[in-house]
Design a protein around this ligand. Structure first.
Ligand code: HAM
Length: 416
């Protein structure tokens, strides 16, 4: 019997894991500067939390959730995203009593039962942020600029920032009516999914990837022509702030997002190098969700970065070095091996990665192993070396060799 990871799920192993660590540590260092603090949220939630926030008539809720009953018969769902849990936590712990804005980040696996393909997994990882308590567009601008800085600091360039405003509960009903009028004329030509969406969630037709629907939406009314005065003002102010910070963006009136909780600002960052699954990060405002979860009316917004897609891009265009041992200790004989282990322990106390020899192999094969590991130095200890209290060193990167006293190894390594 040969086992493999579940379909659409993967193991992230070295050296790729170093790309992931680089992404995460870069994001963390930027979060610190912008005052975003880490939260940990459960991997499962009660199913209604996702149904109420993401929306019953979305692909995620209709088709993609891993939902099952626990032993007590409760319906629980593996989280398909983090925003719903963050909002549940914000309300549950009355964080609205703290000064605004409250800014949080989280990272971890999300689960969507999608058809796996390049860049699309059933278990995938997000780094997400959520900021609560400020309705002004300055918070939108700050979050978008932070996202851009994170992606650039990670080493990515040439990303497209697409932005839209999808209005609020005042103006969106008018827009939905206009869409229904527009698509009603060609209803029978829409794909079966969009025919359903026409009745339940017509905005989603704008996001359909089926060719005939892409054709049919040419000339569809643009949401930005239907914004009420307040949403228009919010959007215009955001755009002028982004312009003043020299953030290049594209207005995309078809950007409606696949989750129902959004109001006003919606954005997506895309790459031309990824094929169909080109969004590397996406987010927006969700000013009604805290109230929907039983909290006081509290505006909020956030985004999530897709780790797999960022790692794939990074691998292609800006590789990250994998760490390697500073020292491999090659030993000949039992006594030398014991001494080698002692030396390894000493050097580890000063923070170095040291690989000992686990016994047996010839010097030649030990040195070959040191090379394969990418070690910078090989230290060689045999009977003679033990007698005189010295080791032989070889620099495997730059060449060169010599002898050094066992008691002087730490200063030796500091000096080279
Ligand atoms: P989302 O657009 O569903 O938004 O996902 C955000 C990002 O996660 C996507 O742009 C993509 O990079 C990645 N992603 C999504 N699904 C998959 C998948 N199946 N495989 C690989 N990567 C994927 C949200 O999840 C919102 N919670 C973002 C947000 C936070 N909005 C406000 N706050």
């Amino acid at each position: 019997m040969k086992y493999s990871a579940p379909k659409g799920m993967q193991d992230i192993l070295p050296p790729d894991i170093y790309l992931w660590q680089h992404i995460e540590s870069t994001a963390r260092s930027l979060f610190f500067r912008y005052g975003f603090q880490e939260i940990k949220i459960p991997i499962i939630e009660s199913t209604d939390i996702f149904v109420r926030s993401i929306g019953a008539a979305t692909d995620i809720v209709e088709k993609e959730m891993y939902t099952f009953q626990d032993k007590a018969g409760r319906s629980i769902t593996l989280r398909p995203e983090g925003t719903a849990s963050a909002v549940r936590g914000y309300v549950e712990h009355s964080l609205y009593n703290l000064p605004s804005p409250q800014k949080f980040f989280y990272s971890g696996p999300m689960f969507r039962y999608e058809r796996p393909q390049k860049g699309r997994f059933r278990q995938f990882y997000q780094i997400g942020v959520e900021a609560f308590g400020v309705s002004q567009p300055s918070l939108d601008a700050e979050v978008i600029v932070m996202l851009k800085n994170i992606l650039e600091s990670i080493g990515l360039r040439d990303l497209g920032f697409e932005i839209n405003s999808i209005g609020d509960e005042q103006c969106r009903p008018n827009y939905k009516r206009a869409l229904v009028d527009f698509f009603g004329k060609n209803l029978n030509e829409l794909c079966p999914d969009c025919r359903r969406r026409y009745a339940t969630n017509p905005l989603r037709i704008l996001d359909c990837k089926v060719e005939q629907c892409i054709g049919l939406r040419q000339g569809a009314p643009a949401v930005t022509d239907y914004l009420c005065g307040e949403c228009r003002e919010h959007f215009d102010e955001l755009l002028s702030m982004l312009q003043s910070m020299n953030i290049r963006y594209t207005l995309n009136p078809n950007l409606v997002r696949g989750l129902d909780y959004y109001t006003r600002t919606a954005f997506e960052v895309t790459s031309g190098h990824l094929g169909a699954q080109k969004a590397v990060a996406a987010g927006g405002r969700y000013d009604k969700l805290v109230k929907e979860f039983g909290g006081p009316p509290t505006p909020a917004l956030g985004f999530a970065i897709g780790m797999e897609r960022i790692a794939a891009l990074l691998k292609e265009i800006a590789p990250v070095d994998s760490p390697a041992p500073r020292v491999f200790i090659a030993t000949l004989g039992k006594e030398a091996e014991i001494e080698g282990f002692k030396i390894a322990e000493d050097l580890r106390t000063i923070g170095l990665w040291v690989e000992p020899n686990y016994g047996g192999a010839s010097l030649k094969s030990q040195l070959r192993k040191a090379d394969r590991l990418g070690a910078e130095f090989a230290f060689i200890i045999g009977e003679n070396e033990l007698k005189v209290g010295k080791i032989q060193w070889k620099n495997l990167k730059k060449g060169g060799q010599g002898e050094v006293e066992i008691n002087d190894l730490a200063p030796f390594l500091r000096g080279v």
